[in-house]
Structure formats: structure tokens, C-alpha cells
Design a protein. Structure first.
Length: 206
């Protein structure tokens, strides 16, 4: 059989290989409601071709997936996104994007195993999904930062108002981001890494 013309078979992209300098790999979960930008964020920062399991939204999702504000969205992630980013030559993050809706919570058990921290992506038009997600992260003791995805028609609240609305303590970082921009998404991940580092330092100094 002649495979030469097949574009389904390709060699690996060079960046699919881990840099040989990598010494530590950290698992990070990106979680949030439907249409909040998880797939976009993993896609914008990942240095490998991101793996994503999008499936066209079916009748089943209607009335269940509240897509207020994302009316043009026709696909919803049924399982997860996966990507990878090297933060330094030594440190590599593995990113797992997962839905926040209650009917996907069964995925959380395996997905959060070994995860060092999480990014909670929020859309200020639909904060209620975030309440559930944050509650579950707190139950599991997974440290997290909040990234407010800056949708053009979303109301803009001062950070301290959001902190109050989400009932978050002072130490939890809240940052604004544009998940479509690599630099912005990377900044969110750096915020999480700094936060995790500060938690580790405060634990060892007790
Ligand atoms: N304006 C704006 N749109 C975004 C941003 N992030 C994602 N989107 C758009 O919002 C829609 C939903 O994003 P998606 O990543 O699929 O959401 P997911 O369900 O959380 O994976 C897509 O059409 C994105 O292009 C952002 O930061 N700003
Ligand atoms: Mg998605």
C-alpha cells in the first residue's frame, strides 16, 4: 500500500520530545464551566499539539449546558484537554483541562490524582459554576488560583468584589487573562507556580 500521499501518517513534531534538560514534571488541572476557555487556554500555551476531546453538542446538552454568552459555541468538551509547557529548561507542566459541570465530576477522581494545583477559569457572566468547582477543590485540598477570562461583554468587577462573591481568602491569587493569548495564559500558570511555591515555603517554615 502506498502511504506516501497519506497525510494521516506524520512524523512527530520536534517539540513533541521532552527537552533532555527536563528534571521535574508537574501535573496541573484547568477547570471551569462550559465555554469558559479551558480548551482555548490549553491550546494557546501548549508546546505540543494539544489533545482535545471536543464533540458536537447534542440534544442531550440542551438545557443542561447553559451556554449563555457562548451562543456561537457548537462543541463542548466531553472529557478533557491535554497539553504540555516547559516553564524552564528543567520544569515541565502537564496540563489537563476538565469540565466543571456536575455531570462530569466522575472524571475528577482520576484526573486530580497527583495534581499539584489547579487553575479555575471563570466567566463573570456565570459565576455559579465556579462556586461548585471551588467548593470541590477546597474539599480535596487542591491549591488553586482564579483566572478571570476577559470576555468583551462580561461585567468587570474589581478583584476584591470577586473575592467576596466567591468567598475566597486573601491569599488566593485572582488574575485577569485572555486565554487566547499565549503570554497571558502562561502568566496564569506562572501565578499558580509562584502560589504553590509560597505554600511549600510557608509549610516548611512552620
Ligand atoms: N474574548 C475571549 N473569548 C475567549 C477567551 N477564551 C476563550 N474564548 C472563546 O470562548 C469560546 C469557548 O472557549 P472554549 O475554550 O471552547 O471553552 P471550554 O468549554 O472551557 O473549553 C471559544 O469560542 C473561544 O474562542 C478569552 O479569553 N476572551
Ligand atoms: Mg473545552
Amino acid at each position: 500500500m502506498d502511504f506516501k500521499s497519506s497525510d494521516a501518517i506524520r512524523g512527530p513534531r520536534t517539540e513533541d520530545h521532552l527537552p533532555h534538560t527536563a528534571q521535574a514534571a508537574v501535573k496541573i488541572v484547568i477547570v471551569g464551566g462550559f465555554g469558559v476557555g479551558k480548551t482555548t487556554m490549553v491550546g494557546s500555551v501548549s508546546e505540543i499539539r494539544p489533545l482535545t476531546t471536543e464533540e458536537t453538542m447534542t440534544q442531550m446538552g440542551i438545557g443542561v449546558d447553559d451556554n449563555y454568552g457562548s451562543e456561537s459555541k457548537t462543541a463542548t468538551t466531553v472529557a478533557m484537554d491535554f497539553g504540555r509547557i516547559s516553564i524552564t529548561e528543567q520544569l515541565v507542566l502537564y496540563l489537563f483541562g476538565t469540565p466543571g459541570q456536575e455531570r462530569f465530576w466522575f472524571l475528577w477522581n482520576g484526573l486530580f490524582e497527583g495534581a499539584l494545583g489547579a487553575v479555575v477559569l471563570i466567566d463573570t457572566r456565570r459565576l455559579e459554576v465556579s462556586f461548585d468547582v471551588i467548593g470541590r477543590l477546597e474539599e480535596r485540598g487542591v491549591p488553586f488560583v482564579i483566572a478571570v477570562n476577559d470576555f468583551p461583554d462580561a461585567p468587570r468587577y474589581p478583584v476584591e468584589d470577586l473575592r467576596g462573591a466567591l468567598d475566597l481568602t486573601e491569599d488566593i491569587p485572582i488574575v485577569k487573562c485572555d486565554a487566547r493569548r499565549r503570554a497571558s495564559s502562561r502568566e496564569v500558570l506562572m501565578t499558580l507556580m509562584h502560589f504553590l511555591h509560597s505554600l511549600a515555603v510557608s509549610k516548611t517554615s512552620v
